[in-house]
Design a protein around this ligand. Structure first.
Ligand SMILES: [Zn+2]
Length: 164
């Protein structure tokens, strides 16, 4: 039987910037295969338990966002659907789907890089992570390595426009 609850690990000895660099590494993996460069990692204590990068085009799956892939991997690693004590680092503010998944999985902290004016549901368009009517609320740390995360995206789309 898997543990119903994940025991609380000692706090991370690394900064949010350190873990965001890992999410950025994931974003580069997406870019390398022609995907929009968005990456995510899920961290428990000082351990990465889930990684993901955007695979929407290559998997032809509109749900293959970086966060969804990282969440699935973390649940597998921890054998739990409740990702207690976990922190999700993502280069772009989560969309409505991923914000919903974050709430469903009870992730207590989300750290994101760039805000998303077109789909951001962690405070920009709406705030699904801190909706008082839901049974779970997530702490949010916005804007960590924001410039680096945002320029990954602007450079990608600039190159794409040049090609076409
Ligand atoms: Zn998403």
């Amino acid at each position: 039987m898997p543990l119903p609850f994940i025991p609380e690990p000692p706090p991370s000895t690394q900064s949010h910037e350190y873990w965001m660099q890992e999410a950025i590494r994931e974003a580069y993996k997406a870019e390398a295969i022609g995907e929009v460069p968005i990456g995510a990692v899920i961290v428990l204590g000082d351990q990465i338990v889930g990684r993901g990068h955007n695979l929407r085009e290559s998997s032809k799956d509109g749900t293959a966002h970086a966060e969804m892939i990282a969440i699935r991997e973390a649940s597998e690693t921890l054998e739990a659907w409740r990702l207690l004590h976990c922190r999700l680092y993502v280069t772009l503010e989560p969309c409505p789907m991923c914000s919903g998944a974050i709430v469903q999985c009870r992730i207590p902290l989300v750290v994101y890089g760039a805000p998303d004016p077109k789909a951001g549901c962690a405070g920009t368009l709406m705030n699904l992570l801190q909706e008082p009517r839901f049974n779970h609320r997530t702490e949010i740390v916005p804007g960590v390595l924001q410039d680096e995360c945002a320029s990954l995206l602007t450079q990608f789309f600039r190159k794409l426009r040049k090609k076409s």
